[in-house]
Design a protein around this ligand. Structure first.
Ligand code: HPA
Length: 238
């Protein structure tokens, strides 16, 4: 079976797909965290792999950047490849003053400036929430390994370069922890496709202080988040 944007066979994906934005990060997860990983799709350079972790099949595929891009891949994975769970593993800009670089944020709910969820609900607002089952599995995995995660509301922005940065102060005042660019769209798709999704993101920059991590630093600090996502995938089963 080949869908417009994924060239894989029907059984090529595991029940859970980890989804970084960057295709090279998908390759990194496959090469450094999975066993027997096999490339299952590479249309437009969006690399997807399936391998095993702790003896269970798990997949990792890139989403590209932004809600329009993740919407295409998530829809095809849920509808055509039988995927049950998508766990976004990304990066975010921290807004909350007490968040530090390298902290892992789990987006329990995602506010957004994107119109895609309104399109799904013919103009009404959809409460874009992560799946309780995945959030619970993340929480259990984090407690077992002593990994700290910060759970709460995030903001999924269509623009990385905003015309007016004062919106960030409003978001921070509303208790939003961090900004990224995909979760609200992913959650809307999971809810309407009746599948599960959650997003966890490492804080790579702090929008209040302007502090930011180097790209090498990003790679290494992502390892503990990747491990947390993989242990969560094992709890969710195949
Ligand atoms: N904005 C949006 N997405 C991001 C950011 C940001 O500042 N940092 C990492 N992902």
């Amino acid at each position: 079976m080949v869908t417009p944007h994924i060239a894989a066979q029907p059984d090529d994906f595991a029940a859970t797909v980890l989804m970084p934005g960057d295709p090279l990060r998908a390759r990194y997860v496959a090469e450094h965290h999975l066993e027997d990983a096999r490339l299952v799709t590479e249309v437009r350079g969006i690399l997807g792999y399936t391998g095993t972790f702790s003896g269970q099949r798990v997949s990792v595929m890139a989403s590209g950047m932004g809600i329009p891009s993740i919407s295409i891949y998530a829809t095809e994975l849920y509808r055509e490849y039988g995927v049950q769970n998508i766990i976004r593993i990304g990066t975010c800009g921290g807004l909350a003053p007490d968040l530090s670089l390298r902290d892992v944020v789990v987006g329990v709910g995602a506010s957004t400036d994107s119109n895609t969820n309104r399109m799904r609900l013919m103009g009404f607002d959809l409460a874009a929430t992560a799946s309780y089952e995945i959030v619970r599995a993340i929480d259990d995995s984090a407690r077992e390994s002593g990994t700290s995660v910060v759970m709460g509301g995030i903001f999924s922005s269509d623009l990385f370069y905003l015309p007016d940065e004062t919106i960030m102060d409003r978001l921070a005042a509303a208790g939003i922890l961090a900004v990224e660019m995909e979760a609200a769209g992913l959650y809307g798709i999971a809810l309407t496709e009746k599948r599960r999704a959650a997003a966890m993101m490492t804080v790579t920059d702090n929008l209040a202080t302007g502090e930011r991590m180097s790209s090498e630093d990003r790679q290494t600090s992502l390892d503990s988040m990747i491990d947390l996502a993989l242990r969560t995938a094992v709890k969710l089963g195949d």
